[in-house]
Design a protein around this ligand. Structure first.
Ligand SMILES: [Zn+2]
Length: 98
């Protein structure tokens, strides 16, 4: 997962750079790299809903998934502090009560 994110970042940077510098882009090279990234993502472990209503939070930097009712202060793997909800099925928490 981490490698896939790093390669995606690198690819995005190279595309932006190509746009800014007017350098040519090699579509086949980009397609090949995207294929590698796709394979890496396909092999990444899936997120399985936890029992007890806990949520999953994926570290934005390295992809580590942490269970809990709220995002942890720090990623146990890399110490990152930015997380996003990783649950595939988002609970319907919208309510008119209030
Ligand atoms: Zn992390």
């Amino acid at each position: 997962m981490k490698e896939a994110l790093e390669r995606l970042d690198a690819l995005m940077n190279s595309l932006v750079e190509a746009d800014q510098t007017g350098a040519g882009i090699e579509p086949l090279r980009v397609a090949s790299e995207l294929g590698h990234i796709r394979q890496l993502l396909a092999e990444a472990p899936a997120v399985i809903p936890a029992k007890g209503g806990q949520k999953h939070f994926r570290c934005e930097a390295c992809g580590t998934v942490v269970h809990g009712n709220a995002a942890p202060a720090r990623c146990p793997t890399c110490g990152g502090t930015k997380f996003f909800a990783a649950d595939i099925e988002q609970p319907f928490v919208e309510s008119g009560a209030g």
